[in-house]
Design a binder for this molecule. Structure first.
Ligand code: NDP
Ligand code: BG6
Length: 508
């Protein structure tokens, strides 16, 4: 990570949950690690009326509660919060942007931040074009006196049409190089490690193709429900909330060709090529290849969990999915014929995100399988928690005969000792400050992802007969999701929270 040039960060939506839970704690961590610019100011803008002192107090509580940095002290927190100022702001009023321009000019003169500004839109997406348009009218998108970058939170669009419209209106104001679309999964250390695992080892890449891989399975499971985001979630659902961005980006990193360099566009071009090679769904096939579910209330170890329809902010008759599982193909030379199975859901038994490469069996099996059935080799890339990599393979069971036993060989990031793994938002903020867009989604990639999902969205909207299956909280989702394997003798994995327990029975 780098020390960026002097600048001011303007956070729209600074009174919100994301600013408090992610953005400011990430800045604190950058501050502690001496990764903020030499001269740096934060201007927080929000709808609520909050006095500056009260706002700083709120952020202090946010840092104490949500930062994963061990070195937390009032003195150090003040070190960053003394550079944060909050203003009540109406996003729709052009005169407020004139005031913002004055505030920026004054802060710049007083602090020597070199006229560079980043605008972070941590607001509901309905405000994105309004804010961008007003910034332009106030002359704040013009780069003649310093750089101007603009960060958009997810969701970026609601479907293909809205994404195209959003990109079109933003491109009338900002160059693509100025636009940073956040997908915080790309900021995760272990997702980036996929590139290193694949392209720095001679071992894996020769096997990384249709000749040796039977199928790829990606899971992003959460044990939490929709928490206090019922209103947002009910209009989004798991397909928009997780699949369109986080899961497809992980598919992109898993399936991409080696980039020609680590240049942002070289990497993003390869991800785009994967997305362009997704074999499109036909609307009439959606019910066969995409399963959706919604969690229902249940009791787990004596504790009651409400069903999705009983959550605050959710329509009691909602047909919004909290679980999606799907099967698809990537039609190119590397992956032709290899199914990709991906799934995500809320209120599953545990929080785990992993990519599993299932290798083909040997052409002829010479041995006996002993007490266990012999598994094909698997490479498990654990994104979170217990970040690491595990390889499953067969060994001779000690004793007479040639019985084969499945064993695991594993590496955990925690084995590296006290090496600091930066949080996703920390890495992404440092990158945008330094002008590195590698880990941000590009316009064409986001559009292509929406295009791939369009037949699913259409089928779900148009065909009421497509089922949404209930699944009790703390189970691995609806049983019909197993039908995606179409009678092959395989099923979804039931991963444990700890990678080292893989293959063992894990208590829920
Ligand atoms: P919040 O609902 O907490 O609101 C964010 C900010 O927007 C607040 O400052 C709020 O003002 C302001 N705001 C809300 N509605 C309006 C409105 N109609 N007009 C003007 N201002 C408004 O949202 P979050 O902080 O949770 O999320 C912000 C963005 O980040 C969203 O795009 C969300 O999808 C995305 N995101 C959030 C995540 C999270 O964990 N929170 C995770 C990933 C993405 P005030 O509160 O002062 O009224
Ligand atoms: C967010 C989704 O983008 O990712 C949330 O909006 C989800 O619904 C979250 O809970 C998961 O992120 P992580 O980093 O906890 O896996």
């Amino acid at each position: 990570m780098k020390k960026p040039a002097n600048q001011i960060l303007v956070v729209f939506g600074a009174s919100g949950d994301l600013a408090n839970r992610k953005i400011i704690p990430a800045l604190y961590s950058l501050f502690i690690n001496n990764l903020l610019p030499e001269r740096f100011e934060v201007i927080g803008l929000g709808r609520s009326v909050i006095a500056n002192d009260e706002y700083r107090k709120r952020l202090e509580n946010g840092i104490t509660s949500f930062s994963r940095v061990e070195d937390i002290s009032r003195e150090k927190i003040s070190g960053i919060l003394n550079h944060v100022n909050y203003y009540t702001f109406d996003n729709s009023k052009p005169e407020d942007y004139k005031k913002l321009s004055e505030i920026l000019g004054k802060a710049d003169n007083a602090s020597g931040t070199s006229g560079n500004y980043i605008f972070y839109l941590a607001t509901p997406p309905s405000l994105y074009t309004i804010i961008a348009g007003n910034l332009a009218k106030a002359g704040l998108s013009n780069q003649s006196s310093g750089f101007r970058r603009i960060i958009f939170e997810k969701p970026f669009g609601y479907d293909l049409k809205s994404c195209l419209e959003l990109n079109k209106s933003l491109h009338e104001i900002f160059l693509e190089e100025q636009i940073y679309r956040i997908d915080h999964y790309l900021g995760k250390e272990t997702v980036q490690n996929l590139l290193v695992t694949r392209f720095s080892n001679g071992l894996f890449e020769p096997l990384w193709n249709r000749n040796y891989i039977e199928y790829v399975e990606i899971t992003s499971a959460e044990n939490i429900g929709v928490e206090n985001r019922g209103g947002y979630y009910d209009s989004a659902g798991a397909l928009r909330d997780m699949v369109q961005n986080h899961l497809l980006q992980m598919v992109g990193m898993t399936a991409m060709e080696p980039p020609s360099s680590l240049n942002p566009n070289a990497i993003r071009n390869e991800i785009l090529k994967v997305f362009q090679s997704f074999q499109p769904y036909k609307e009439e096939d959606v019910s066969k290849y995409v399963m959706r579910g919604q969690y229902t209330g249940s009791r787990v170890r004596g504790e009651c969990f409400s069903g999705y329809r009983q959550e605050k902010g959710v329509d009691p008759n909602s047909r919004t999915e909290t679980y999606v599982a799907m099967k698809f193909y990537i039609s190119n030379w590397r992956w032709g014929g290899v199914p990709f199975y991906i799934r995500t859901g809320k209120r599953l038994p545990t929080r785990v995100t992993e990519i599993v490469i299932h290798f083909k069996p040997t052409p002829h099996f010479l041995f006996q399988s002993g007490n266990q059935s012999v598994e094909n080799n698997q490479l498990i890339i654990r994104i979170q928690p217990d970040e690491g990599i595990l390889l499953k393979f067969g060994m001779k069971e000690p004793g007479a005969g040639f019985n084969v036993k499945n064993v695991n060989m594993d590496f955990h990031y925690s084995d590296l000792g006290r090496i600091r793994v930066p949080e996703a938002y920390e890495r992404l903020l440092n990158d945008v400050m330094a002008g590195d867009s590698t880990l941000y989604s590009r316009d064409d990639t986001v559009e292509t992802a929406w295009k791939f999902l369009e037949p699913i969205q259409n089928a779900w909207a148009n065909d009421q007969a497509i089922k949404i299956y209930g699944y009790p909280c703390a189970t691995w989702g609806p049983e019909p999701a197993d039908d995606l394997f179409e009678g092959k003798n395989i099923t979804w994995r039931y991963p444990c929270k700890n990678l080292a327990d893989d293959g063992l029975y894990c208590e829920l």
